[in-house]
Design a protein around this ligand. Structure first.
Ligand SMILES: NC(=O)c1ccc[n+]([C@@H]2O[C@H](COP(=O)([O-])OP(=O)(O)OC[C@H]3O[C@@H](n4cnc5c(N)ncnc54)[C@H](O)[C@@H]3O)[C@@H](O)[C@H]2O)c1
Length: 252
């Protein structure tokens, strides 16, 4: 039987590379998927492409009102939310010397506050409907930060501790909610190219990133989707509050 048969899932940042890979994987495993993003054109195009088991809705993850509306729509349409993947995120590079306050606050909002709002909305909904699973998206940068990822690394470290507190809060049987976090290493998506130095060729950039990994390469969006599927399915039913590093050995 497919791993997610009959499950209803909400994926944020689904128009992006990793979000889209998760969505395709979830559909292949029998889930009904609500795709959400702020990039409505790409989100709708993805929903059209992957067909009937998915639908698209606008959700700015930094906005509490958006979360309220999307959860209300989902519950009235499907009566339940079984899986939330807090995948949306943004990367701006900068060190302690050149990161301004606005950049710092934007990054905390898109990566950390957004995950708080998502977890809160999901816990409230799942508590009423018998439980569920939350998968958050952090980063290798949370545990092995580089000088140039100051705001991003801090925001993703917050996601790890948020995951643990949600997991412990929801650990008793009255909730039946598990919450885990994935820490990807460099993944070959458009986001990674934000780390490229001005004037550096794509070839040199990719070679330099690959060289940082014991497995000798960046990961793929599909490899992150595999980890998210595992944490979303019964195969991981004894896991909560866990940090799953999917990083080609980058944090060894
Ligand atoms: N690519 C990597 O190397 C890498 C490594 C570690 C962690 N991650 C994390 O994986 C997740 C997905 O990244 P990706 O590589 O697919 O990037 P991506 O840029 O392809 O996708 C990110 C998506 O999030 C959406 N988004 C941004 N702000 C939003 C907001 N306020 N509300 C709703 N949607 C918003 C964007 O529109 C985009 O579709 C992110 O959380 C990222 O931090 C990526």
């Amino acid at each position: 039987m497919a791993a997610l048969n009959g499950k209803v899932a909400l994926i944020t940042g689904a128009a992006g590379d990793i979000g889209a890979a998760i969505a395709r994987r979830f559909i292949a495993e029998g889930a009904t998927v609500c795709l959400s993003d702020i990039d409505d054109d790409r989100g709708r195009a993805l929903a059209d492409d992957i067909g009937e088991a998915s639908f698209y809705t606008h959700l700015d993850v930094t906005t509490e009102e958006d979360w309220r509306i999307v959860l209300e729509t989902l519950l009235s349409r499907h009566n339940r939310l079984d899986i939330l993947v807090n995948n949306a995120g943004t990367l701006e590079t900068g060190t302690i010397e050149d990161t301004d306050l606005a950049t710092w606050e934007n990054i905390q909002a898109s990566n950390s506050t957004s995950t708080f709002l998502g977890c809160q909305a999901a816990v409230r909904a799942m508590k009423e409907t018998g439980g569920g699973v939350i998968v958050n998206m952090a980063s290798q940068a949370a545990v092995r930060p580089r000088p140039s990822t100051l705001a991003y690394a801090a925001s993703k470290a917050a996601v790890i501790n948020l995951t643990k507190t949600v997991a412990t809060h929801c650990a008793d049987n009255t909730y039946n909610i598990r919450c885990n976090v994935v820490l990807p290493g460099a993944i070959d998506t458009q986001m990674i190219y934000k780390n490229q130095a001005a004037g550096e060729s794509d070839e040199d950039f990719v070679a330099a990133v690959n060289a940082r990994y014991p497995l000798g390469r960046m990961g793929t969006a599909e490899e992150i989707a595999s980890a998210v599927l595992f944490l979303s399915s019964e195969e991981s039913k004894f896991m909560t509050g866990a940090q799953l590093r999917v990083d080609g050995g980058g944090t060894i």
